[in-house]
Design a protein. Structure first.
Length: 305
């Protein structure tokens, strides 16, 4: 099964494949943004399984697959037998007989792994508690669309060392940019992930001071203080309040720095209205680019890039 093109994490692909996906996504956006000119995935079907809520991932995969000429089957964990205890492995075996690719949004990374190990079609990671690689494809695409190559540039993260932050760490290694993170010690990304990044030669650093982290950055990024599934909302709010991206913090970055947030945002918590609605914010382009990036990912997975 080694040749199945799973999109389970950024570092499972080669740098060359990731580059091809970004370039194709940018090209599709420029030349055929609504997929009216070509239907490379005609006759193919994507199953989308959501065990957690979603707006952007759900709509962008569905619309993107249709724009490429394919069909989708939208499933929530609760309404299929998965929710009554059928195993991920058996679900993977069965769905592989019906569809050409499976996207899964779930909690535990092990469930994603089990899906990929047992499916005979490509499996796409639509977010887990640990990772969100599709988001990073749209984020890198957005930076490059607006500012040119991300390689050698500096991105700064202020907030929770969550699934999106962890995918930023993978991205720093795979796309060769510097990443500085400011996170409370209690919510820092895992040390083994940082060690991995350093072994890959990536410039990734983690500290606790947002000001020094953001100073001179080309891009400032944050995310919610309380991710789906987090139970400890009150203590997270306390720990993360100093990490809010407000106008004062944003002013520490380069004057032309961009602001990104994967959304959904909690205005007045991790980001102020002034920043998310401000001139440096590109969150709506970023959200739009989920659509174009999903199309690039689907084309790669299905051998049609
Ligand atoms: N950014 C993102 O993945 O959004 P959804 O949870 O709405 O899919
Ligand atoms: N960190 C957030 C991302 C949502 C897209 C969460 O997991 O809820």
């Amino acid at each position: 099964m080694a040749d199945i093109r799973h999109f389970t994490d950024l570092h499972h692909l080669s740098k060359g494949d990731l580059r091809q996906i970004i370039d194709r996504s940018l090209d599709l956006k420029r030349t055929d943004p609504r997929g009216t000119r070509s239907k490379p995935l005609a006759g193919q079907t994507l199953a989308l399984i959501f065990e957690k809520p979603s707006t952007r991932t759900r709509v962008s995969f569905e619309v993107g697959m249709r724009q490429l000429g394919g069909e989708v089957v939208m499933l929530t964990g609760a309404e299929i037998q998965l929710g009554r205890g059928e195993t991920i492995a058996d679900t993977a075996r069965v769905l592989s007989r019906y569809v050409d690719a499976i996207m899964l949004r779930t909690s535990d990374e092990d469930r994603l792994r089990e899906m990929a190990e047992n499916a005979t079609v490509p499996v796409i990671n639509g977010l887990t508690d640990e990772t969100h690689p599709c988001q990073l494809m749209a984020d890198v695409m957005t930076f490059e669309e607006l500012r040119g190559p991300i390689a050698g540039r500096v991105a700064a993260w202020s907030g929770d060392g969550n699934n999106v932050a962890r995918s930023w760490i993978r991205a720093a290694a795979m796309f060769d940019f510097e990443l500085r993170l400011a996170c409370p010690d209690e919510l820092a990304p895992p040390a083994d992930l940082i060690h991995w990044a350093h072994r890959e030669g990536a410039r990734v650093s983690v500290g606790t001071d947002p000001d020094t982290t953001v100073r001179g950055a080309d891009l400032v990024v944050t995310d919610t203080w309380v991710s789906m599934g987090d139970k400890d909302a009150a203590s997270r709010h306390n720990l993360l309040r100093p990490y809010q991206v407000d106008e004062r913090l944003m002013a520490q970055a380069k004057p032309d720095a961009l602001f990104m947030h994967c959304l959904p945002a909690h205005r007045g918590e991790e980001v102020t209205d002034g920043v998310i609605d401000g001139l440096q914010s590109v969150v709506w382009d970023e959200a739009e680019n989920r659509l174009h990036a999903q199309k690039g990912i689907l084309l790669w997975c299905l051998g049609a890039l």
